[in-house]
Design a protein around this ligand. Structure first.
Ligand SMILES: Nc1ncnc2c1ncn2[C@@H]1O[C@H](COP(=O)(O)OP(=O)(O)OP(=O)(O)O)[C@@H](O)[C@H]1O
Ligand SMILES: [Mg+2]
Length: 58
């Protein structure tokens, strides 16, 4: 069964994004299937991961 975790604080800059990124990484290392959704327009969570964009040939 899927579980949903939220990392929430009303205060800015306290480490929410860092915790979310590392929590996702740890759960992945534990062979869990993880979907992390970055809803922040600054895309700071997405920037934790290398983007691999493959352009189709021709
Ligand atoms: N455990 C920690 N120890 C030291 N520095 C940390 C720790 N966790 C996060 N930081 C640093 O604190 C800063 C803010 O972290 P982060 O961006 O994760 O916070 P945030 O709560 O997501 O911020 P925002 O409210 O802007 O989204 C970053 O520079 C990050 O590297
Ligand atoms: Mg953040």
């Amino acid at each position: 069964m899927a579980k949903t975790y939220g990392v929430i604080s009303t205060k800015g800059g306290v480490g929410k994004t860092t915790v979310a990124a590392n929590l996702g990484g740890i759960l992945t290392d534990m062979n869990q299937r993880v979907l992390i959704i970055d809803a922040d327009f600054q895309q700071s969570l997405s920037n934790f991961y290398h983007k691999q964009v493959h352009q189709p040939k021709n």
